[in-house]
Ligand binder design. Structure first.
Ligand SMILES: Nc1ncnc2c1ncn2[C@@H]1O[C@H](COP(=O)(O)OP(=O)(O)OP(=O)(O)O)[C@@H](O)[C@H]1O
Ligand SMILES: [Mg+2]
Length: 275
């Protein structure tokens, strides 16, 4: 067991969103004092991060601030040099993407998420047909998979998709992103990391993905959204955590915060952000 306190510091608790505020409630995911260097580049310096069940946290910061590095550490793609990770108050070691997946952490990248030449059903079940982690059925036939694909898309209210047998290459960017998110959430995931999910999307498609993020929150998942688009972040996030030059420089509740406040923290213009 870790020696340190099992709960987050009180200032962070009071800044968490309504309904969670005063409870002695474990964060779904908590990172403590994560540091990571690439040679001489200190990408992350003693970064803390916490996200609660049913919460969307926007992780923002300028290019090179360390956002993707932090995501990759949580996703098991990269290992931190030092620091600790807790899931529901329990210390964990995430050494590979499969460790992350076993802990219910799924990551969605804009481009790497799907296999173009396969249909929607195949993408949803890719690499997973014999490895379901819930329910009694180990081997699924095509009809079962197709039915479940329909069910998960319906449960996420993905309506624009006409045919789950369509190859993913024929889908729009927003539809592809929806499939990637559906794939991430249909395996009992508890934390979903989205690194720039709307960067390449048009207005309507972005709205579709943001609506999906809200539904994940309603389902009690924790969603970490990395985006340079603060309008998107403000639309869906409960809190915003700012990284600047590899350090966590500010935390905001979205309610009562302006985009200008966050821009100030990102650029360091208005805040004493050094520590
Ligand atoms: N594999 C790597 N090798 C060397 N340096 C790296 C590596 N990955 C990241 N870095 C460096 O670490 C720092 C943080 O990079 P990171 O990709 O996490 O930033 P970011 O906040 O995601 O930026 P962006 O908004 O541009 O995506 C940068 O200085 C980057 O050059
Ligand atoms: Mg990045």
């Amino acid at each position: 067991m870790p020696k340190g306190p099992a709960v987050v510091s009180s200032d962070r608790k009071t800044s968490s969103r309504e309904g969670l505020a005063e409870e002695e409630r474990s964060a779904r995911l908590e990172l403590r004092s994560i540091s990571k260097s690439f040679g001489a580049v200190k990408a992350l310096h003693e970064v803390d991060f916490e996200i609660y069940p049913g919460e969307v946290v926007g992780l923002v910061g300028d290019n090179g601030a360390g956002k993707s590095t932090l995501t990759k550490i949580v996703a098991g793609i990269t290992q931190a040099d030092s620091g600790e990770t807790y899931i529901d108050g329990r210390k964990v070691n995430i050494r590979s993407p499969s460790d992350a997946s076993k802990l219910g952490i799924e990551t969605v990248y804009q481009d790497l998420a799907l296999c173009d030449n396969l249909d929607v059903v195949a993408n949803l079940f890719l690499g997973r047909t014999q490895k379901r982690r819930f329910g009694p059925i180990r081997f699924l036939n095509e009809e079962d998979m197709e039915r479940q694909a329909h069910d998960v898309l319906a449960s996420l209210d993905v309506r624009t998709l006409r045919d789950v047998r369509a190859p993913v290459a024929s889908l729009s960017g927003g539809q592809r992103q929806s499939i990637a998110v559906a794939r991430a959430v249909m395996w009992n995931s508890r934390v979903v990391l989205l690194d720039e999910p709307t960067a390449a999307l048009g207005v309507a498609q972005t709205a579709q993905v943001l609506a999906l993020i809200k539904r994940l929150r309603e389902a009690g998942l924790s969603v970490m959204l990395i985006s340079h688009n603060l309008v998107d972040v403000f639309e869906v996030a409960d809190r915003v955590i700012v990284l600047r030059l590899g350090r966590r420089s500010a935390t905001f509740d979205v309610k009562g915060t302006s985009v200008e406040d966050v821009v100030g923290a990102i650029t360091g213009a208005e805040f004493g952000v050094a520590s």
